[in-house]
Design a protein around this ligand. Structure first.
Ligand SMILES: Nc1nc2c(ncn2[C@@H]2O[C@H](COP(=O)(O)OP(=O)(O)OP(=O)(O)O)[C@@H](O)[C@H]2O)c(=O)[nH]1
Ligand SMILES: [Ca+2]
Length: 967
């Protein structure tokens, strides 16, 4: 590698060749310095300056020794290791060195690396360091030190390897050290109360003492120079200081490195001294000052190079791994890290940032070693550094910056908070609210984020508006947020009349002023799921009084793990619950006992409903029969009506008639679901009797005439007797065919993994490139749970994709609303679709339209044309001979395919006109597992695509409906 610069003297001749831009005149104006890679120094021709002009000494580039690349240990033994010789300097702060460094012949470290002041330290390859700014001048104090410095081959991974304090210094023994003795200023975190830092070392000539002025660390600074960077005249990154220092570097003894080598590196102790800070050096501009002050004088790095590059060498881009300073945010690449951060006595901080409090945003990373650090250092070293990062005083959270219920904490209160059994996670300076009774904890103005230990004597009284709720419902005197209200509703906590609840830590709640406990919010097994879904906290397991299932549910929702969320939505009866259940079967997510129980009750109550529909039909048929018979009677026996046989094919026994009347009454009242499962036990015998009844059978044979009877009813009615028994256990297929999931609430959530592809070596790459460990969540919500104008949609802001389900068979179906107006179901579906895609929460969300019940489409099209729906009025398919089926299902007749493509296109146009995005479409038959599988994989695929790849046309047909429909 070419040694890149010599040190220019501002008033000397223009130097030869490339070098760093320097700070001409030492006036602190180095605006160019950080964005110009190289420039020529020009002769100073300005007004005379009132101080000694610091001087830098040019260095003959070819005199700088460069170590041969060390390829192996054997090679190492033969190579001579150049060592930096001591250079004594004494330079006024803020000025350039006036004395020329004495370079030993064999080390001749570039002087730029050793001079303290602006000229050298603000080379282009470092974060900007400005004498008038405190922010880049970090570590403060007076520093004296001895460093060993050995030049090693540039760019070797192991170069610069740090010997941490606690680990045995093996610079004398190991290869690592031979490469690594250029190492560090071993600032090993021994800043004592006096501020004096003494570092014990096995090399008695390698010690360092740092005196930190107690009064103002920020003002003084340490001019660490390029002791970590021999042979490379790039300046020392943020380790350098703009303030002048006097420094002495010394070389370590050659014998330390390799006993057999000629002693070309004398073991000569020398000292680096830094002059006392001169207050005049630090000039804070007003704006900067207040900023700095409010930030506790925390330095903030300015990136000297282009975006993504290393802050020190300016090389690389955002894709290369970097380590970040937890104070100023400067990022360093592998090669520069140790040079910029030294021995990291306070963890990952630039040398100049030592002593400063850390960036709160990085508090979460404290003590978590990066991969890069592990690669760079030994396990011991990493452990030690991470230990200091967590425990050193400078990195601790300042208690007064944490306020709870409006009270700033004392050190003692902070300790109480942090040492309780369930402390707040990721505690940062900020304003928090704490509900001492229930343990709910959150940021002021926000919903609860955690349930911590209750009853801690921390903070003041909770404010009603602490979480900025606007529901008029209070829990322990705090007005809850909308999400919490939804959670309470789903937990079936009655919230009518804006109650004020008293909620204790175990989840039991009562209304204010009442003695009686009304329930236990965590006892409902779905509530934890709901909370996970709504990103609300659940109690820590120890408080949990729930059973295994509860814990199980909790376990499967650990916090903030990579999770891909699919939200499944659709209008009534579009088939969302069928698809949801299909997914459960598909991905082997078992139904819990609870779910099975619910489904059983639901299937049974549905059975009674189907029976009711048949019985209603029977009444109708019977009546029709009677009318017929009367007509006949009149024709056959005119005159006064004679005796007529009251019995018809559709007549039933009085007992059954009574049951029928009761059932129809209950159905009409809408209470069918309410009276089950109790009714099952009581009325099962009637089901058995009915199933044998001729009238019922006759009606059943005419079931096609019963509009109200869904097609799946047959499946269950065939087995009516079995199902009506209390001993009935629904099979998976029963569950799939059952209408709905549970009868209680319309919110379900499951988690699954896409199984690994069966044949790994398959050429088809369809299933490749996926992280098979990525967990997916499928959330199904019924529209009636979305509330007025879909206001609850905002609860699902973090889903990754919305699967909107539409039943293809809806086009000719109508429903009557409250006002007796008939509405086409397809149009109703479209309306819901529009509402959802234009909802602010879902702006820019990815949508996949699932066009469902394809199995029924062809049959239906035979009976009624697609144009029955006014939206599809211009459907005019031209079925050509060379019809090519571009879709994945070929077994359906072209007519249904055409209809599907046309409907898909209508939705796509609508979507595009409203959102400017592209709608993805998938064809589904909810009752066929394979199609659901395909649709869900397609959803995953969509999410996997890069944006530019989003021109996928799988679902766009090879024929053009624009043409056919406009003709
Ligand atoms: N033939 C056929 N029937 C289906 C298909 N998908 C769903 N169904 C039936 O359509 C009916 C409604 O389906 P659900 O899954 O209950 O619809 P939903 O979206 O949950 O609607 P709600 O009942 O309002 O919650 C059920 O009887 C299903 O068995 C399908 O692909 N083909
Ligand atoms: Ca349903």
């Amino acid at each position: 590698m070419e040694p890149r610069s010599s040190f220019p003297h501002p008033s000397s001749r223009p130097s030869l060749g490339k070098r760093h831009q320097v700070n001409n005149g030492g006036d602190g104006d180095d605006d160019d310095a950080h964005n110009v890679e190289y420039s020529f120094a020009i002769e100073y021709s300005g007004p005379p300056v009132g101080y000694d002009i610091p001087r830098a000494v040019p260095i003959a580039v070819d005199e700088i020794p460069v170590a041969a690349p060390v390829a192996s240990s054997s090679l190492l033994k033969d190579s001579s290791l150049p060592v930096i010789q001591p250079i004594k300097k004494s330079t006024p702060v803020g000025r350039k060195p006036s004395r020329e460094p004495k370079l030993s012949s064999e080390s001749s470290i570039s002087s730029s690396s050793l001079t303290g002041s602006g000229a050298s330290s603000t080379g282009p390859n470092m974060s900007r360091v400005v004498p008038t700014q405190v922010d880049s001048n970090g570590a403060s104090g007076r520093l004296t030190g001895n460093y060993c410095k050995v030049k090693s081959s540039e760019g070797r991974r192991s170069s610069g390897r740090l010997k941490s304090l606690d680990s045995q210094c093996n610079s004398c023994e190991s290869l690592d050290c031979v490469i690594g003795v250029e190492s560090t200023p071993k600032l090993s975190g021994l800043i004592g109360a006096s501020g004096k830092l003494e570092r014990p070392d096995c090399h008695d000539n390698m010690h360092l003492s740092v005196e930190l002025p107690d009064d103002n660390r920020g003002e003084a600074d340490v001019g660490f120079q390029d002791y970590m960077n021999p042979g490379n005249s790039e300046s020392t990154g943020s380790g350098s200081s703009s303030h002048a220092v006097s420094s002495e570097a010394f070389s370590s003894k050659e014998e330390d490195l390799n006993e057999e080598e000629t002693p070309c590196h004398a073991k000569r102790p020398s000292v680096v001294t830094f002059r006392d800070p001169d207050p005049s050096d630090v000039v804070l501009e007003e704006s900067e000052y207040s900023e700095v002050e409010s930030n506790q004088a925390r330095p903030q790095a300015e990136r000297p190079g282009k975006k993504g590059s290393c802050y020190r060498c300016l090389k690389g881009n955002r894709f290369i791994e970097k380590e970040v300073c937890i104070v100023c945010g400067a990022k360093y690449c592998f090669n520069c890290l140790l040079r910029a951060m030294g021995s990291m006595p306070e963890g990952r901080k630039c040398v100049t940032c030592i002593g400063f409090s850390i960036d709160d945003a990085k508090r979460g990373t404290l003590g978590k070693a990066s991969r890069m650090l592990r690669r760079l250092l030994t396990e011991m070293e990493v452990k030690h550094i991470m230990g200091s990062e967590i425990s050193c005083p400078a990195n601790q959270l300042p208690p007064e910056r944490v306020s709870v219920n409006g009270e700033a904490l004392s050190g003692e209160k902070l300790h109480i908070l942090q040492s309780c059994p369930n402390p707040p996670k990721k505690l940062n300076p900020g304003h928090y609210w704490y509900d001492r009774v229930s343990g709910f904890w959150g940021k002021v103005g926000q919903k609860p984020c955690q349930i911590i230990s209750p009853q801690l004597n921390v903070g003041g009284q909770i404010d009603r508006k602490a979480s900025n709720g606007n529901t008029d419902i209070l829990i322990n005197n705090r007005e809850i947020t909308k999400k919490e209200l939804l959670m309470l509703k789903l937990a079936r906590v009655p919230c009518e009349g804006k109650p004020h609840f008293w909620l204790s830590a175990d989840g039991s709640y009562q209304e204010e002023g009442m003695k009686q406990i009304k329930g236990h919010i965590w006892s409902n097994s779905t509530i934890k799921l709901v909370c996970a879904l709504l990103s609300l906290p659940t109690p820590p397991d120890s408080v949990d009084s729930g059973g295994d299932e509860l814990n199980g549910a909790n376990r499967s929702y650990p916090e903030h793990k990579a999770l891909c969320k699919f939200l499944l939505l659709g209008d009534t009866k579009s088939g969302t619950s069928t698809i949801y259940k299909q997914a459960k079967l598909l991905f082997n997510v078992p139904f819990s006992e609870d779910e099975r129980q619910n489904i059983k009750v639901m299937i049974q109550s549905n059975l009674y409903r189907y029976i009711g529909i048949v019985l209603e039909g029977r009444e109708q048929f019977e009546e029709e029969c009677m009318i017929e018979r009367r007509k006949k009677l009149v024709i056959d026996q005119p005159g006064p009506s004679g005796q007529m046989d009251e019995k018809t094919l559709y007549s039933i026994s009085p007992q059954l008639k009574a049951f029928s009347d009761w059932l129809l009454k209950v159905m009409a009242s809408g209470n069918l679901e309410v009276i089950f499962p109790a009714a099952t036990r009581e009325y099962a015998p009637f089901v058995e009797e009915l199933s044998k009844d001729a009238a019922f059978q006759a009606t059943y044979l005419r079931r096609n005439e019963l509009d109200m009877l869904p097609s799946v009813a047959t499946y269950f009615l065939e087995r009516a007797v079995e199902i009506s028994r209390t001993t009935y256990e629904p099979s998976d297929l029963d569950i799939l065919y059952a209408e709905g999931i549970t009868s209680s609430h319309g919110l379900s959530c499951m988690e699954f993994l896409f199984p690994k592809p069966p044949h790994q070596s398959s050429i088809e790459s369809e299933y490749q490139n996926y992280d098979s460990s990525l967990r997916h969540q499928l959330i199904r919500v019924h529209p009636r749970n979305l509330g007025e104008n879909c206001k609850w949609l905002e609860m699902f802001e973090d889903v990754d994709i919305v699967l909107f389900c539409v039943s293809l068979t809806d086009y000719d179906e109508f429903f009557e609303d409250k006002n007796g107006v008939l509405t086409n179901k397809m149009l109703a579906s479209r309306q819901l679709f529009e509402k959802i895609i234009t909802h602010p929460t879902f702006k820019d969300k990815t949508f996949l339209l699932l066009l469902n019940k394809f199995d029924m489409l062809e049959e239906k099209l035979e009976q009624s044309p697609l144009t029955k729906c006014e939206w599809f009025r211009d459907f005019n398919p031209v079925i050509s001979h060379n019809y090519h089926n571009g879709s994945r299902r070929n077994n359906n007749a072209p007519r249904a395919q055409y209809a599907f493509h046309y409907i898909a296109l209508q939705f796509k146009r609508l979507f595009n006109s409203l959102t400017d995005h592209k709608l993805f479409v998938s064809l589904v038959t909810g009752l066929e597992q394979e199609t659901v599988d395909e649709a869900l994989r397609y959803a995953r695929e969509i999410l996997n695509w890069d944006e530019e790849q989003c021109n996928y046309t799988n679902n766009e047909s090879s024929y053009d409906f624009e043409a056919s429909s406009s003709s």
